[in-house]
Design a protein around this ligand. Structure first.
Ligand SMILES: Cc1cc2nc3c(=O)[nH]c(=O)nc-3n(C[C@H](O)[C@H](O)[C@H](O)COP(=O)(O)OP(=O)(O)OC[C@H]3O[C@@H](n4cnc5c(N)ncnc54)[C@H](O)[C@@H]3O)c2cc1C
Length: 221
């Protein structure tokens, strides 16, 4: 966003051992821990970030096992979709072009075109601040529009997301569909200037943008 203060300490762990080591470092000094993915939905305070900030983007391995795609939390959502399609797995294409990581996407239950990321996730692995790894089944009723059960939980780090996808044979057509979704974003949203995406939530059955335009409020300051 090109705004906000600095973090006291910032690190990019590359595997679970490094992640556990930085958590132990913070615990030993009783300093707070903040986790950030692609930072596409985070406005940093001018006061900066106290304690240790962990950037996840170097935790980015993607593995396929049958119809399951297991993705470390820091993998970019777009790269995840590229790999899924190349591996003959569909179900993520609506999200093509949403910036940020798969971890950030599940954290905020990112969505587009009447689909939300939680629909595609079977289970997810977390670390607590002591470095203990545990697995949680995704319960769809715990997710809603841009809401997940993890929001507000500063004691959890999402480590790996396991996506249950649909086998497809025509990867070329699926890639064309995904690129179409991205092209619409490029035409309708602005990517040239720093932005956090949408400010307004869509009320049920409506699009916030269309309501604002209908009222002649587009561009009003
Ligand atoms: C131009 C633009 C268009 C956008 N379009 C859409 C859209 O169509 N639909 C939509 O839903 N969103 C959209 N967004 C918002 C944003 O891209 C998504 O919310 C995205 O999923 C955030 O991911 P991130 O990795 O950037 O998260 P960050 O901004 O890095 O983090 C967001 C929150 O998640 C937490 N978090 C991230 N990773 C982890 C982790 N591994 N463990 C624990 N906590 C974690 C952070 O602490 C923070 O609270 C858009 C944003 C922009 C700039």
């Amino acid at each position: 966003m090109k705004s906000g203060g600095t973090a006291d300490l910032f690190c990019y762990p590359t595997d679970i051992q490094e992640l556990r080591a930085v958590l132990a470092f913070a615990r030993a000094r009783s300093i707070p821990v903040t986790v950030l993915g692609g930072m596409s939905n985070t406005l940093i305070s001018d006061e900066g970030i106290e304690g240790l900030t962990i950037g996840t983007v170097k935790l980015n391995e993607i593995k396929k096992r049958g119809n399951l795609l297991s993705v470390l939390a820091g993998a970019q959502l777009e790269e995840t979709i590229n790999v899924a399609i190349e591996e003959g797995l569909g179900g993520l294409e609506h999200f093509y072009g949403i910036p940020g990581t798969i971890g950030g996407a599940l954290w905020g239950n990112a969505g587009a075109h009447d689909h939300q990321i939680s629909e595609t996730v079977l289970f997810a692995d977390f670390l607590d601040l002591h470095g203990n790894l545990f697995r949680k089944q995704i319960i769809q009723s715990e997710f809603s529009y841009r809401m997940s059960p993890y929001k507000g939980r500063s004691d959890l780090i999402l480590y790996e997301v396991h996506l249950a996808l649909n086998p497809i044979s025509d990867t070329h057509t699926l890639k064309t569909i995904a690129l179409g979704y991205k092209q619409r974003r490029i035409e309708q949203q602005q990517f040239r200037h720093p932005s956090l995406g949408s400010i307004f939530k869509n009320p049920p059955g409506h699009k916030a943008g269309a309501l604002l335009e209908g009222l002649g409020l587009k561009g009003t300051r």
